[in-house]
Design a protein around this ligand. Structure first.
Ligand code: ADP
Ligand code: MG
Length: 348
């Protein structure tokens, strides 16, 4: 929201396409042994030997997926990497490389792209992935970012959406709903700022929510934890569209039903208090909010003793026969059918 008008800005046309690519990509180090050739040739070369390779991609568009009036470009770069790594971890695989494609208009100075790349660099460093390529082109108006993430796993370790069976336990990592509420807080502040640009927002009490919205972390730690505990999930998915829609994906892909217990859904205290303030139902927010980037998976009941003491993991239900349907068991012990309210681009 705060424009820095004092520092001089460099127009992208001063550098040209190749100058820009060189500038943005200089200093990317290769750390992964699976990277044979990184940036600089017509294509990267990777060598996964006897491992299976996983690959996933996401496209983020200004005005649809992000609003630059309150999303700092550095955070955007970091988050764009996270949403992709999260999909790799959801396969129970290790992420090893990313490629970054951007389309950018002249409205962005070089310094803006440097910020974006600072976020990308930070994410690549923290998560130990190599940046091995990308593409750079112009756009007439907004900013587009497409990241592809590449990873690997032993064939036997890969976990799909389709493997859940009746009586398996349904487990979620972390807590839910905070990222959605962070977005509500930021949207509200944007309106306040529009009405009065001199207002000084005090967002301290919402810092957890805003951090979950602007700087999510993909759960690489959980993949390592499950390996250490010797627990292989029977099915897994990451939570990008909201718990409800992801539970339904696991059920449909695995041909099972579910009992999901409302009282078990993990919520941070700030989520509960902010829901009261915004007059929102915290269960609805957790079910349909989205962008949590937590992992949702099923395990065999025999594995329960291995996970039960871990504060990062919460059992929220169990899988049932397909005929029983997909139900949320409420605090009042009523069963209501789960609805997918994930964002549907076709319906817009
Ligand atoms: P080509 O004409 O073959 O597409 P480019 O000139 O677009 O090649 O890219 C040169 C090199 O820089 C390639 O290795 C490409 O993957 C990489 N690259 C291009 N744009 C980006 C970017 N935005 N981020 C990271 N790497 C990039
Ligand atoms: Mg190119």
């Amino acid at each position: 929201m705060i424009e820095d008008k004092n520092t001089p800005k460099t127009s992208l046309s001063e550098l040209g396409e190749f100058g820009l690519i060189d500038h943005l990509t200089k200093g990317f180090e290769i750390k992964q042994e699976t990277t044979t050739v990184g940036i600089g040739d017509d294509a990267a070369v990777l060598d996964f030997k006897n491992k299976k390779c996983v690959i996933t991609t996401d496209l983020l568009i200004e005005g649809i997926h992000f609003d630059l009036s309150y999303v700092p470009l550095k955070h955007l770069g970091y988050k764009a990497v996270m949403v992709n790594l999260s999909d790799v971890y959801a396969m129970n695989a290790q992420a090893s490389q990313i490629t970054i494609s951007i389309a950018v208009s002249n409205r962005f100075p070089l310094e803006a792209l440097e910020e974006l790349y600072a976020g990308i660099r930070a994410a690549a460093k923290v998560y130990n992935v190599d940046v091995v390529g990308g593409d750079t082109t112009s756009s007439t108006t907004g900013l587009l970012i497409s990241i592809t993430a590449i990873g690997y796993a032993d064939d036997k370790d890969l976990v799909y959406r389709r493997g859940a069976e009746e009586n398996d336990l349904l487990v979620v990592t972390g807590d839910l709903g905070a990222a959605y509420l962070g977005l509500q807080v930021l949207e509200r502040e944007k309106q306040v700022y529009k009405a009065n640009p001199n207002s000084q927002p005090d967002l301290d009490q919402y810092s957890y929510l805003i951090e979950r919205q602007l700087k999510p972390e993909a759960r690489k730690d959980i993949i390592e934890l499950l390996a250490a505990l010797k627990v292989k999930p029977t099915s897994m998915i990451d939570i990008s569209d909201g718990l409800s829609s992801e539970v339904i994906h696991l059920c449909k892909n695995s041909n099972v039903g579910v009992h999901l217990y409302e009282e078990k859904i993990p919520l941070d205290p700030v989520v509960i208090s902010t829901c009261e303030e915004f007059r929102l139902n915290s269960t609805t927010v957790a079910l349909n909010g989205g962008e949590d980037y937590e992992l949702l998976f099923t395990i065999k009941q025999d594995d329960f003793p291995k996970i039960k003491a871990n504060p990062n993991l919460t059992v929220i239900g169990h899988m049932t026969n397909e005929k029983d349907g997909m139900g949320l068991v409420t605090r009042a012990n009523e069963k209501i059918e789960l609805q997918a309210q994930g964002w549907n681009p076709i319906k817009e």
